[in-house]
Design a protein around this ligand. Structure first.
Ligand code: KG4
Ligand code: ZN
Length: 337
């Protein structure tokens, strides 16, 4: 095993993720999350996240090394999420990565968080077909990407013009009185409801773009629930959850398959926290089968933010002979793909 060992650090949102990868082999994936501290605020609080990253960084790196049975001197390169994400949170990871790279005398690779969400699938399903289409859906992003080569070229085909898909799940969950983050609760509630009970609007369904819009849907659900409540009627939570969820996954899968068709691509990858959604996975499989498209979805633990995805992309960059970053690379909260 002469392949280089890459340490990956992820701090773009609320998880402090540290992953260690050799080639396409995952050696360790350790996560500390500050979600419990945010839950009572109903959303991620940037200042709280930054402080939590600072406290968790050293122990998380040490625990990843211990899990992999490695020492610092075994690390051949350090990769870190340089953006996009929360500015203060990114800064903690980037500063730590610079310190580790400098201290160990190994190259540093600043990587794009979205590309890392794509690269992680290779740890589970092997080399990504070139090209592939990737649908990334989480609390912070909803994007369709054309991926000719994850280490060299990732092209944005479309993204949300307002809320991210996960954000819509979280806001609708709040309206329905479900805990934060609400995606998994909606998923569960929807299993006992009907996706056709309420006809909620599907934003940008037929607009010809590969962009998304979820804020109109979120507002429509809130208005519908308010009207029922004002009329003194009970809210059928299961049906509303299922109908809302159906509207989201209908648009996501429709546009993902349109992207495949337009670009003549036969491999679709879905990643990000919302990729854990059971109805999204089922409908995507159904529509991919009908269209002759192969579907790849990493296991849920690799879909949500983690350090392994950063190490996976770093490993890909090393293998591609990409130039390392300088120790001056900034954390860039709006880093473009
Ligand atoms: O990728 P992730 O862990 O963090 C971000 O980068 O945002 O994604 C978190 C998002 C949250 O909005 C959460 O509600 C959503 O993913 N999520 C789900 C499910 N599991 C997590 N949404 C729908 N269904 C799920 N089963
Ligand atoms: Zn993410």
């Amino acid at each position: 095993a002469d392949e280089p060992i890459v340490l990956g650090i992820e701090t773009s949102c609320d998880e402090t993720g540290v992953g260690i990868v050799r080639g396409h082999t995952l050696l360790a994936d350790t996560i500390a999350s500050s979600m419990e501290e945010h839950a009572r605020f109903g959303g991620v609080v940037p200042e709280v996240a930054s402080r939590a990253h600072l406290e968790a960084m050293t122990p998380t790196v040490e625990s990843a090394l211990a899990k992999a049975g490695l020492r610092f001197s075994d690390i051949d390169a350090v990769a870190v999420t340089a953006g996009p994400g929360l500015a203060g949170a990114l800064l903690v990871g980037v500063a730590a990565a610079k310190a580790y790279a400098m201290g160990l005398g190994v190259p540093l690779y600043g990587v794009n968080h979205l590309a890392a969400h794509v690269a992680v699938d290779q740890l589970e399903h092997g080399p990504l077909p070139k090209p592939a289409i990737a649908l990334l859906v989480s609390g912070g992003h909803s994007s369709l990407l054309l991926v000719p080569d994850v280490a060299r070229e990732v092209v944005s085909l479309g993204s949300t013009v307002d809320d991210a898909a996960g954000e819509a799940f979280d806001k609708v969950a709040r309206v329905l009185g479900l805990p934060f983050p609400g995606g998994p609760y909606i998923d569960r509630a929807a299993r006992e409801g009907s996706g056709t009970a309420v006809a909620f609007p599907r934003g940008k369904y037929d607009d010809g773009t590969l962009d998304f819009s979820f804020s109109g849907l979120k507002t429509a659900v809130a208005r519908w629930v308010e009207a029922r409540t004002a009329a003194g009627e009970s809210v059928p939570v299961h049906d509303v959850a299922a109908s809302f969820q159906e509207a989201v996954v209908d648009v996501l899968t429709r546009k993902a398959l349109q992207a495949c068709a337009r670009h003549g691509v036969e491999d679709l990858l879905i990643g990000g926290g919302v990729a854990a959604n059971s109805r999204l996975r089922a409908l995507a499989q159904e529509r991919c089968d009908a269209a002759g498209v192969r579907l790849r979805v990493p296991r849920p633990g690799l879909c949500t933010d983690n350090g392994a995805m950063v190490a996976a992309l770093g490993s890909e960059l090393v293998a591609a002979g990409a130039a390392a970053s300088t120790l001056e690379i900034p954390a860039d909260s709006s880093l473009p793909i």
